[in-house]
Design a binder for this molecule. Structure first.
Ligand code: ATP
Length: 258
């Protein structure tokens, strides 16, 4: 759940342009965690409607997408977000960037679905009763009206993830960042979430190990060892990535046979 600190609403002039295109500009961005280089030399601009991020475990995908909502900040290079320098944009990012985690249990914090959705609206300044009413209306609009009074803890994994996505969407962010949102879902639940995502007007950046979930995306970024290995249209990048995995498996099988 994004948190929009109330004190930031009035105290400083706003610097972000929510309609900026590109919405993110990376110039030689690097990130170190605990003295270890995690991302290095990333130069790219992001403007497409739907961008997928792929790469092997530990390649830096989660760290990369966390730069977009300020959960991580670069330690080298420069990052511009929504037309402003990243450090200045930071306080406004919760308003413009919705972040959905892999595990809904790490995101949902309220007892009921309605409260989970209403929280975002109160963060945006709506009164409590109005937030609850708007939350119910929003849930109904997204085909989840029957879940309003349900305890979040009692939902299926697919329902929980859908509610987490709706809890972010109710705040009307310009950009939705999702870090492997379908990992624990069965094919039907994952398909429903994917269809929902493809129907949204929001810009989307999504990390996925399941390449099938990225069909219909406009652009794919392939990260390897913290660097951009390939960047382009899904047909080219996904084919090259799959071929690379087959090549690695082939090499491993040959070595094992020696
Ligand atoms: N908080 C942290 N402290 C130390 N190292 C970290 C931390 N977060 C990430 N790393 C390291 O950064 C590297 C990249 O991690 P990251 O989670 O960004 O990769 P990923 O591509 O998302 O991996 P996966 O596909 O397994 O989720 C990994 O080697 C990881 O161990």
């Amino acid at each position: 759940m994004a948190y929009w600190p109330k004190k930031n609403r009035k105290q400083r002039p706003l610097v972000c342009n929510p309609d900026a295109s590109p919405y993110a500009v990376f110039r030689e961005v690097g990130l170190a965690i605990g003295g270890r280089r995690i991302l290095e030399g990333l130069s790219l601009t992001l403007s497409e409607h739907r961008i997928g991020v792929i790469g092997l475990n530990g390649s830096g995908k989660s760290s990369f997408v966390r730069l977009l909502n300020g959960l991580r900040t670069p330690d080298t290079g420069s990052l511009g977000l929504f037309g402003a320098p990243g450090d200045q944009a930071l306080p406004e990012l919760p308003r413009h960037v919705g972040f959905v985690f892999q595990n809904p249990d790490h995101q949902a914090i309220f007892p009921t679905v309605e409260e989970e959705i209403a929280f975002g609206l109160t963060q945006l300044g709506a009164a409590k009763a109005e937030s609850r009413a708007r939350a119910r209306e929003f849930l109904a609009r997204h085909g989840c009206g029957q879940l309003a009074g349900s305890p979040v803890a009692e939902l299926s994994e697919g329902q929980k993830q859908l509610i987490c996505i709706l809890a972010v969407l109710v705040m009307e962010p310009r950009l939705l960042v999702l870090d492997e949102p379908m990992t624990s879902l069965d094919a039907l639940a994952a398909g429903r979430i994917r269809d929902k995502l493809l129907s949204l007007p929001q810009k989307i950046v999504m990390v996925s190990h399941d390449l099938g979930h990225l069909s219909g995306f406009d652009r794919i970024l392939w990260l390897e060892d913290g660097r951009l290995r390939m960047d382009g249209k899904p047909d080219k990048v996904l084919a090259a990535y799959s071929a690379d995995i087959r090549r690695r498996l082939g090499t491993e099988a040959e070595l094992a046979a020696l």
